[in-house]
Design a protein around this ligand. Structure first.
Ligand SMILES: *Cc1c(COP(=O)(O)O)cnc(C)c1O
Length: 421
């Protein structure tokens, strides 16, 4: 499993059971987590780890955040699931607060991120046919190479990742893929039937790829000029991760639709949403779209607490200030096992010098020293600690990364001499 870590009998047993009965659609780090608090996770043997992944930014506000857990527990004791067949008491306050946070009129609640993406594609097509006047079934949506928007058939239909697409066809038509960061390519791809441009403000899965500052404003301008919708998938970049509520804010852009998920559920429950104005979201009439669990009382209670937390600006400020520190420290590793660092706020894509091994192998070394970080696309370590982390904890994790890079460098000549693999 890993050269850098020997698992205890308890962890081995759990891993064996999971690998036997679970579909192998993930390649987890070799650790079996039992509990979490703030920026820390604890395994079944009581070992503690600093979490530098935050469940892909679903846990921005820390594990078992006391305020959010209390809200969830209180709501569980009242009512958790009603379906939308009735109005629920927590739903209204949640969507009003979320709409205000986004500066928009209306919210369409879903559960997972990909459902929010799917919902926005349906909304964009509906808007295209019913408002823009695109002939039926001819709408196209412009998407970006290297995107990650989730795993349903329609959403992987425009993925550029072979693993995500192989053997899953036939695919949903109606999407045009252009290189990320290239405004001219978007304009060239547009025609009279284009209804939307779907973009991640920062491409997280692709390796925390941050576009040039003129890119998102340029998309906004193109969308306005050609009368198409700008859909910003802020599922990973939003809700504090980059040092602001939305990354779009930092480049002065307001999209037509925000897609939110991950941290919207406070690390407690899955909550996602499409947020936009009534000229788009108001097109949905009863029966035209739905979700049994979307906007359920538990999700709404937690989602409201998350919005209240974001309204204080504390998490955004932490991300901004601690993120500047993190990026200063990571920049110091360039040339010392790191070739490039990207990102903003408490979010970094750290490219590992390939001669030191894969990013995965560095992550396994970090795990053995008590830091959980995850690789993406071979050479990149993605760092996204909970925003409640302290500066001391940040330093601790960066020190561990530096030690692991040094360790890998020191083993490099030895490995090439002694191993035949
Ligand atoms: C995680 C993610 C999604 C999908 O969210 P799920 O909850 O896993 O369906 C979509 N878009 C972006 C940018 C993401 O990071």
């Amino acid at each position: 499993m890993t050269d850098h870590r020997v698992l205890s009998p308890a962890q081995l047993l759990a891993v064996e059971q999971i690998e036997t009965y679970g579909s192998h659609n993930y390649h987890p780090l070799p650790v079996v987590v039992e509990s979490g608090s703030g920026a820390w996770l604890t395994d079944v043997d009581g070992n503690r780890y600093l979490d530098f992944l935050s469940a892909y930014s679903a846990v921005n506000f820390g594990h078992s955040n006391p305020e959010l857990v209390k809200v969830a527990v209180d709501q569980l004791a009242k009512v958790a699931i009603t379906s939308r067949a009735v109005y629920s008491a927590t739903y209204g306050p949640f969507i009003e607060a979320l709409a205000r946070l986004c500066g928009k009129d209306m919210v369409l609640p879903m559960n997972t991120g990909v459902e929010a993406v799917e919902s926005s594609l349906k909304l964009a097509r509906k808007w295209g046919y019913e408002v823009k006047g695109v002939p039926e079934d001819l709408a196209n949506i412009i998407v970006m190479e290297g995107n990650f928007h989730g795993r349903t058939i329609s959403v992987i239909s425009f993925s550029s990742d072979d693993d995500a697409t192989t053997s899953y066809g036939p695919f949903t038509p109606g999407f045009v893929k252009v290189p990320y960061g290239d405004l001219a390519a978007i304009e060239a791809a547009m025609d009279a039937n284009t209804v939307a441009i779907l973009v991640e403000p920062i491409q997280g899965e692709a390796g925390v790829i941050t576009p040039p500052p003129e890119y998102l404003p340029g998309i906004r301008e193109l969308a306005d000029r050609h009368r198409v919708l700008m859909i910003a998938d802020e599922i990973q970049s939003g809700l504090g991760r980059t040092g602001s509520t939305f990354y779009c804010e930092q480049v002065g852009v307001v999209p037509d639709l925000y897609l939110l998920g991950k941290a919207l559920g406070g690390g407690v429950v899955p909550v996602s949403a499409v947020v936009g104005n009534a000229d788009i979201l108001g097109l949905l009439k009863p029966g035209q779209h739905g979700s049994t669990f979307g906007g359920n009382p538990l999700a709404a209670a937690v989602g409201l607490a998350v919005v209240r937390l974001l309204e204080t600006g504390e998490m955004q400020r932490r991300s901004r200030e601690l993120g500047a520190h993190l990026h200063r420290r990571l920049a110091g590793l360039i040339g010392r096992g790191v070739t490039e660092v990207r990102g903003i706020g408490l979010w970094a894509g750290v490219d590992v010098d390939p001669s030191l091994g894969s990013a995965r192998s560095i992550c396994e070394r970090m795990l053995a020293r008590g830091v959980i970080a995850k690789d993406t696309h071979g050479a990149t370590i993605r760092m996204a600690p909970p925003l409640v982390i302290t500066v001391e904890e940040l330093d601790q994790a960066v020190d561990v990364l530096a030690e692991c890079l040094a360790e890998a460098a020191s083993e490099r000549p030895l490995a090439s001499v002694t191993t035949a693999v």
